[in-house]
Design a protein around this ligand. Structure first.
Ligand SMILES: Cc1ncc(COP(=O)(O)O)c(C=O)c1O
Length: 395
């Protein structure tokens, strides 16, 4: 038999799926995949259900229900002062994942270079490569996830088509500052590139951190694509409703990709998300509060187990340094597998977010969970650490 596509065949099943399967096999507490225990607001779920029963269930308009496109434009003005034409500058997609793929399909040519900041969400690089484009990875430097400015500047070339920015950033939990964004914007403008901004965690920021869309910086409005996800904002990750805001000329080829990839997104879900985007400011500003509490609960418990956590100002995730309990011959993947089997807790090895030569001592934990889930994971880890200590098997 002939082989499938060589680029994609070279990638295994995603680590999230593999670890979740292992979790089921070992009845482990899953702090791996990023989905909340929170079932989402009842009024939105009810609105979607009612729409299925009473509404129109045939193909909605290809660019999305007008109500949702208008809601996205209004949301962008309300939170970021962006003036957006809902008819030509907003596209609804089946999740941010489709939005990412539409953007890559719509903007890239073989040989184009894409500047990607690592650690990077796992969808980006395989798709860039599959299209014959070339990722240029620049690594943020742990433990503070510092932006290496000289390296970033050096990663741009005349072939750079776009820069990909994920802020707030999965898995690092970093929220880029205005100063960092200004530096990034200056490079994008100087090299006449596009910026593709994955902002699915835009409302999930903590404390004094503020999410600033790169699109709002001088010179960026006409060259930036902004991607959001209802899954993250409304704790309904299974709905897969995403939205793109982009200047009309940039959105046009992206829309061509969308029309061939999915064409539309279920109208019932679009209708409910439109209602959600219209909720009052208090709803959006309150989103970070329970998440920050979950983060603090998890971080305190991990610190007591000699598992220090790197700074985290947003998203669903913290990164922890597992060196203390790793065996000398072990990498992060082997460590996480052992943790599922021996401790009954799923974490994600950070090497999944790097293309080559990843750090091997870092793992990601998800805190968008109820207290009981976090406590159950911590109790299992405590028992496991106690066994490590008594075995003397730790370093
Ligand atoms: C950084 C980032 N981008 C995109 C997505 C995908 O979002 P969606 O579920 O809306 O497709 C995720 C989901 O975890 C994510 O973390």
């Amino acid at each position: 038999m002939k082989a499938g596509n060589a680029t994609l065949s070279g990638y295994g099943t995603t680590i999230f799926e593999a670890m979740s399967a292992l979790a089921r096999e070992h009845s482990a507490v899953n702090l791996g995949q990023g989905f909340p225990d929170d079932p989402g607001r009842l009024d939105l779920r009810r609105a979607a259900a009612d729409y299925v029963v009473d509404g129109f269930n045939q193909y909605p308009p290809m660019m999305g229900l007008p109500a949702l496109r208008q809601a996205v434009a209004t949301h962008d003005r309300r939170f970021y002062g962006l003036e957006v034409d809902w008819q030509t500058e907003v596209l609804v997609t089946s999740g941010a994942t489709e939005a990412l793929i539409d953007c890559f399909l719509g903007l890239l040519e073989p040989g184009d270079e894409v500047v990607v900041l690592e650690p990077a969400y796992d969808t980006y690089v395989p798709v860039i490569r599959r299209l014959g484009a070339v990722p240029r990875a620049v690594r943020l430097v742990p433990p503070d996830w510092t932006l290496p400015r000289d390296e970033l500047a050096a990663a741009f070339s005349p072939r750079t088509k776009l820069l990909l920015l994920n802020s707030p950033m999965n898995p690092a939990g970093k929220v880029f500052s205005r100063d960092e964004l200004g530096f990034i914007a200056s490079l994008v403008v100087r090299h006449d590139a596009f910026a593709m901004c994955d902002e699915v965690y835009e409302h999930l920021v903590f404390g004094d951190a503020r999410h600033i869309p790169l699109m709002t910086l001088p010179g960026m409005r006409d060259r930036t694509v902004r991607i959001g996800s209802a899954g993250k904002t409304f704790s309904i990750t299974g709905w897969k409703v995403g939205y793109i805001t982009a200047p009309a000329a940039v959105l046009r080829p992206i829309t061509k990709a969308h029309q061939f990839v999915t064409f539309t997104t279920p109208p019932s879900l679009q209708h409910a998300v439109a209602l959600g985007l219209g909720l009052d400011d208090g709803f959006f500003h309150g989103l970070g509060v329970p998440l920050a509490r979950g983060r603090d609960r998890l971080v305190a418990g991990l610190a007591a187990l000699e598992l220090p956590v790197l700074p985290c100002d947003g998203t669903y995730f913290v990164v922890l340094d597992a060196s203390r309990w790793m065996r000398p011959d072990e990498d992060d993947v082997a460590f996480c597998r052992r943790l599922v089997i021996d401790a009954g807790v799923v974490l994600i090895p950070m090497s999944a977010f790097y293309e080559a030569a990843p750090p091997r001592h870092l793992v990601r934990a998800c805190f968008c969970k109820e207290d009981a889930t976090i406590d159950a994971a911590l109790q299992r880890l405590q028992a496991w650490v106690a066994r490590q200590r008594s075995d003397g098997s730790a370093k």
